[in-house]
Design a protein around this ligand. Structure first.
Ligand code: ACO
Length: 435
């Protein structure tokens, strides 16, 4: 493979490097190599800011302790109960689609990574799919704690390189403030809320997501967890009163683990991508604690400070949303340019870790706001909301309508399928239908 930093920046045939005729080329020809390019990006954060001084009023802590032990100065919190993981994800998704100038109906897949999802099920990804009107997309959530966004990038890349998808929307979204114990100073000072999204497209332009490195060590599961609410400890009065639905963490052990895996995962992914540390232009680490970044990326890998993007002072640890939010801010700050080699590297509960090497190949200038396009886009979202309400209304009608004594009600107005003929007889290991 050619050195990624020597790859030509060919003007792509579609928007931002996407295939010109995505639907016609779902199965790639042998001669046609596909690449998974990040062509859109966006983020959303709640308005409410909680500073370290605000936290001094809530728990026994000081601004000085939080700054010096973590680097965090303030964080954003979804104070309005109507603001949820899904609403933040929807905002971020819409921005990413706008940057890429891609219609939601073109999405094949939506992957949402979250540790504070809208519900246990349905998936937050499905809620987003409905809200943005991505009527042709599959949707699922992915759980890998703070490493989740990079895990999701890896899934998206796999789908694209396999020819299963042309456009995949990857989301990292959290409202950790809803599962943080605001009386526990060991954790409540660390976390914040937010969401980030990237749109990945199949492209003939070389580059994009070059390689991913994923890892897990489940023996450290209890070092960082929400013990209750799953099948191991179902919700009960006792689990609620004992605070077992909140994040529990052994900070020191997680710190030691993080310092080790951040450096190892970065080295491993660079190796897979055929890059070396000197050819790196920017590292976007999981924004958990400035000391973790200093001890791993800066000290162990000897990557200079100016090549590492940090914004944790403003947002704290937004878990799986931290890397995509930081990517968006790095782009806004002009730190990501076509031709750059980037690494995203994260760690988190599981324990998990993940790194991804990217050769950035698309322009990062913001598209000029086109009044007509943005009006059409808003109308599209309103149409999606109307379609969703219509489907709910049809379902409601079938719920209240008395059953047809001759047959079953037809869900969603779909045509009735012929029932499978019974019985089925097994002969010589082959299932045969009785004529
Ligand atoms: N304010 C004041 N004092 C505090 C606070 C606080 N907010 N929190 C802890 N302390 C105290 C402790 O009680 C302890 O006091 P003691 O010595 O009297 O017992 C003292 O400060 C030192 O505590 P340490 O745990 O040694 O502090 P440390 O330097 O390790 O920093 C921290 C703690 C910030 C939690 C650090 O260990 C860390 O960042 N760990 C990694 C956590 C992380 O990144 N988690 C997220 C993973 S991503 C995911 O999946 C969600």
């Amino acid at each position: 493979m050619a050195e990624p930093n020597e790859l030509p920046l060919v003007t792509p045939p579609g928007q931002n490097g996407a295939s010109a005729h995505p639907r016609e080329s779902v199965t790639p020809r042998e001669s046609e190599r596909r690449y998974a390019q990040i062509i859109g990006w966006g983020y959303a954060i709640p308005e409410k800011v909680i500073t370290n001084h605000d936290l001094e009023q809530i728990v026994d802590t000081t601004d000085e302790w939080i700054r010096s032990r973590t680097g965090i100065e303030e964080r954003r919190v979804a104070a309005d109960p109507k603001e949820t993981t899904a609403t933040l994800a929807i905002d971020a998704a819409r921005r990413a689609l706008e940057v890429a100038d891609v219609h939601p109906s073109k999405l094949d897949l939506i992957i949402c990574s979250s540790s504070s999802p809208e519900y246990i099920f349905p998936s937050t990804a499905s809620v987003v799919q409905d809200a943005i009107g991505a009527e042709n997309a599959g949707a699922f959530d992915l759980s890998a704690a703070c490493s989740g966004f990079v895990y999701a990038l890896s899934m998206a890349r796999g789908h694209i390189l396999a020819g299963d998808a042309e456009y995949v929307l990857v989301l990292g979204a959290e409202t950790l403030s809803r599962i943080v114990d605001w009386t526990d100073r060991n954790t409540c000072v660390l976390f914040g809320d937010g969401a980030g999204a990237v749109l990945i497209a199949a492209s003939p332009v070389p580059g994009g997501i070059l390689a991913c490195e994923l890892g897990s060590d489940g023996s450290g599961a209890e070092l960082l967890m929400v013990p209750a609410g799953g099948s191991a400890m179902p919700a009960s009065l006792e689990t609620v009163s004992s605070g077992n639905h909140f994040i529990k963490m052994d900070g020191k052990a997680v710190f030691r683990f993080a310092v080790r895996v951040m450096a190892d995962a970065t080295r491993a992914v660079l190796d897979k991508a055929g890059l070396d540390i000197d050819s790196l232009d920017l590292v976007i680490p999981h924004q958990a604690n400035i000391r973790i970044v200093q001890n791993s990326v800066l000290k162990q890998l000897r990557i200079p400070e100016e090549k590492v993007f940090i914004n944790l002072q403003k947002y704290g640890n937004t878990s799986t949303a931290s890397i995509p939010i930081a990517l968006c801010e790095a782009i806004e700050a002009g730190k990501v340019k076509p031709g750059n080699n980037l690494v995203f590297v994260g760690f988190g509960g599981g324990l998990t870790w993940a790194a991804c090497a990217v050769h950035w190949s698309v322009p990062t200038d913001r598209p000029t706001t086109d009044w007509w396009k943005s009006t059409r886009r808003q109308a599209g979202y309103q149409a999606a909301a109307a379609r969703s309400m219509w489907r709910r209304a049809v379902r409601w009608v079938y719920q209240v309508w008395p059953d047809d004594p001759e047959g079953k009600p037809i869900p969603d107005g779909e045509p009735v399928k012929e029932p499978v003929k019974e019985p089925e007889i097994q002969q010589n290991g082959v299932l045969r239908r009785d004529e």
